[in-house]
Design a protein around this ligand. Structure first.
Ligand SMILES: Cc1cc2nc3c(=O)[nH]c(=O)nc-3n(C[C@H](O)[C@H](O)[C@H](O)COP(=O)(O)OP(=O)(O)OC[C@H]3O[C@@H](n4cnc5c(N)ncnc54)[C@H](O)[C@@H]3O)c2cc1C
Length: 385
């Protein structure tokens, strides 16, 4: 058993840390202002230039070919500085991997290099709908055959990065006579398709620099060659590919929670009450001891899931456990860190309140904590069946 990173993995982690400290941390709070979107997009472009938008993508398509562990450790560092930037990086890597694993050679060549190079700031994963969140098998967006192509009608909700995505991976029903989840196919839709429009940005609690929008398809025509994978097999693609995405969100949450508790730990060594540093009291010491102990567990869980994926081992249960634990831990860590700072933590003078808002959604998107438990329980029962 090996608990240390390789030299290459350490180099990628160091690169990510430097980028996070020099480029992201100084602007992360400012990016919450929508007028700062150009700076946000500039940072995404820089991340592409250092190879972080295709960390597990083959060099044939412009990727770094570094693997899943480097993806995880890099995302943890980016998540420490700016969760909004980290979520775009996570989704871009996810979408690139979907196209890489399912796409035709033409599709891979058309889309992946532009995503890895930053020519496309982002790509969007278009699954959720107003009536289909935790249960996307019930989605209603319809794709109907029309001559040499398909016509898509319907609406998606909560789509990250939709406003500046270069293309969209879209799930739609292609055979409504089949049971839920059986007649769904997956398509690649270009952002400039005239049948696609982006709704206004959601007014979110956290991760405000990242745009989240509805996406509408109104007689959106696409060719047959835009189908990703096999007709009516699209739901399997969604379920399968989201597993890798969970390693991304777990890594982001690990970084975010770490940033919070590291900040508060330092504060307790500076702030005095009752003539003592706060860090001298056993109450705060125990809060830190528990949070850092849990952080080690979170780190090992996400790295184990990444290692399994890198080594082609089944990783669905490990990824769900990592997503569940890391995201719940990040929320606890933010709560504890804010408590350790007292009133100061509650103000916008310190980053704790932003970290706390940013952490909240991590237990919701890419499958809620409850859905992770459903998956974990299903996998556990399969093991004894
Ligand atoms: C900021 C943000 C960004 C997002 N980005 C994307 C994106 O890029 N692409 C995309 O496709 N989607 C995206 N989503 C959607 C996200 O994946 C869904 O919000 C999530 O899957 C939950 O769906 P829902 O919000 O409809 O909640 P619901 O499904 O309505 O769930 C409500 C509550 O019921 C619980 N629940 C539901 N079913 C069960 C069950 N079987 N057992 C126990 N509890 C259950 C849930 O855990 C939750 O607590 C994003 C969401 C947000 C908030």
């Amino acid at each position: 058993m090996q608990f240390s990173l390789t030299d290459e993995q350490t180099m990628i982690q160091d690169t990510a840390r430097r980028f996070a400290e020099t480029e992201l941390s100084p602007v992360a709070a400012l990016l919450e202002d929508a007028n700062e979107r150009p700076t946000y997009l500039k940072n995404l472009k820089k991340l592409a230039e250092i190879g972080f938008m295709g960390l597990n993508i083959s060099a044939d398509y412009g990727g770094s070919e570094a693997g899943v562990i480097p993806f995880s450790v890099a995302l943890t560092e980016i998540g420490r500085a700016c969760a909004s930037t980290a979520v775009a990086m996570s989704v871009n890597n996810l979408v690139g991997e979907v196209v890489q694993s399912i796409g035709t050679e033409d599709q891979k060549k058309k889309y992946i290099p532009k995503l890895c190079s930053g020519e496309f700031a982002c790509a969007s994963f278009c699954l959720t709908e107003a009536g289909a969140g935790s249960d996307p098998s019930r989605l209603k967006t319809l794709a109907t055959k029309d001559g040499a192509g398909w016509v898509i009608n319907g609406s998606k909700m909560w789509i990250s990065s939709a406003e500046y995505a270069g293309f969209f991976v879209v799930w739609a029903v292609t055979d409504s006579s089949l049971p839920a989840g059986k007649g769904i196919s997956c398509f690649l839709v270009d952002a400039d398709n005239p049948g696609l429009t982006i709704g206004p940005e959601e007014n979110k609690m956290g991760q405000q620099a990242s745009s989240t929008n509805s996406v509408h398809f109104d007689n959106c025509r696409i060719s047959n060659s835009a189908m990703l994978g096999t007709e009516n097999q699209g739901f399997k693609i969604a379920v399968g590919e989201l597993v890798g995405g969970r390693i991304g969100i777990a890594s982001l949450a690990l970084g975010l929670g770490s940033a919070a508790i590291d900040f508060a730990r330092k504060y307790t060594t500076e702030r005095e009450q009752f003539g003592e540093k706060i860090s001298n009291f056993q109450g705060p010491q125990f809060m830190m001891a528990d949070t850092y102990t849990e952080r080690e567990a979170a780190k090992l869980m996400v790295l184990q899931a990444a290692w399994k994926k890198d080594n082609n081992e089944p990783y669905m249960k490990a990824a769900s456990m990592a997503k569940l634990y890391c995201t719940e831990w990040a929320n606890r860590a933010c709560y504890t860190a804010l408590q350790l700072m007292g009133g100061a933590g509650y103000t916008k003078d310190y980053p704790l309140e932003r970290y706390t808002r940013d952490a909240r959604v991590t237990t919701i998107y890419e499958g809620t904590s409850e859905i992770q438990r459903v998956i974990i329980a299903r996998e556990l029962l399969k093991e004894i069946a």
